[in-house]
Design a protein around this ligand. Sequence first.
Ligand SMILES: Nc1nc2c(ncn2[C@@H]2O[C@H](COP(=O)(O)OP(=O)(O)OP(=O)(O)O)[C@@H](O)[C@H]2O)c(=O)[nH]1
Ligand SMILES: [Mg+2]
Length: 446
Amino acid sequence: MEETTTNHDPQYQDAIKAVEKTLADLRRCPDEEKKQLQEDIAQLNSMHEKITQGRVEIVIFGEISTGKSALVNALIGRDVAEVDVQGGWTKQVWGTAWEGAGHRLKSLESSEIVIIDTPGINEVGGADRAQLADVTARRADLILFVTDSDLNDTEYAALVELAAVQKPIICVFNKQDLYQHEERNQLTAMLEQRLDGLIPANHFVMTTADPREIEYIIEQPNGETKTQWRKPAPDVAELKTLILETLEQEGLGLIALNAAMYAADKSDRISAIRVEMRNRQADQVIWTMAATKAVVVAANPLPFLDIVGGLAVDAIMIATLSKVYGLSFSMSQARGLAKSISAAGGLYALGELANVGASFFKLVTGTLGTALTLIPQAAAVGFGSYIIGQSAKKYFEQGGSWGTGSAKSVVKDILAKTDKDSVVNHLKDEIRTRLDWNRHGSKKDS
Ligand SMILES: Nc1nc2c(ncn2[C@@H]2O[C@H](COP(=O)(O)OP(=O)(O)OP(=O)(O)O)[C@@H](O)[C@H]2O)c(=O)[nH]1
Ligand SMILES: [Mg+2]
């Protein structure tokens, strides 16, 4: 990835590294995981671009028609956003560069400020709103929360949600031209009270982004007067100063902190998804193989029950599990691991139990007879495989090692944690289902 900056601020460099490391982790994910994490990859890539360019993102939130788009125009100094008398005008989140701000982050020539306009918070419903606010706010370096009177419940709830994201927030009380002195003082006092504890007192400013036309009386050269309706200039000076001051103070540190937080969030999410996906896949492999082994034992004559045959199923299971965890064990490695787990847990005993049962049965009947009577033994063999599978899973979860314990302690731990009856019952059901199905085929009267 190319560096577009030569800034050596350590905090800033660390933040870039954090984002790059998270991206590198993502690139190493197997394809299936990558598919699930597509959006995160795209978001992180744009975060990488943002931080290397030193792009500061200011996001504007607020209810419908409070003047968010008008504020973008007033700050930028020309009409870039559509302003409308009817509420609900702005439909999507979009950003525009604030070139006239004249602000550059210290020693970061390529830096720019982008102002991002969003739809009214009451425009999108509850869960979606929270989602939108969350996604947008997480990227934001600075949040402008716009209101045009006292906060209603929706606004207050949204502001609380935003404050939880831990970004600097400026509360903008817009449409000042609509208020008389007295009313303005009352509203201001109410707002200040509401904001207390949510945002610092000096992060509250008043603006007039798009004043109503007023009637001017114009004196003409001939002494006559005429009236004309004109729009006064917007007044966002105090807000602009506050934004630039905030950026000046926090500048690079702000975007660095932000990017680092973002990367940390993402890597938590990546590991959570990865753990969950692998876990699910691994369990599926273990159940399938344990049931297969149990069914094989229950349904087939004695030769299938020998240790070598049983071990083969476990080895296939372990080789498959190794792939789930991004390691690829050969069959002989897999067999080796299966053996050592069995030995560590004394699990051959479980297999032999089945052998005894089967031999006994063969002795009595001379044939396999009804497979159904072998179910308990077969389920016991399946249980052995289940434990081997879970132990191998633990081994692979730890990157192919027993961690601080030994094979023995891991198997022992797993045996202690496993609800044996429920696993065995599950396997019994599985055998019955599969054998029943068989019975309708070839083994009708066995
Ligand atoms: N009087 C007055 N009207 C304003 C001011 N700012 C905005 N308005 C008016 O308020 C209305 C809504 O303005 P917008 O900028 O579209 O508001 P918005 O918050 O972007 O609205 P949505 O995108 O629909 O959520 C328009 O009619 C603006 O002219 C202001 O400072 N004073
Ligand atoms: Mg708008």
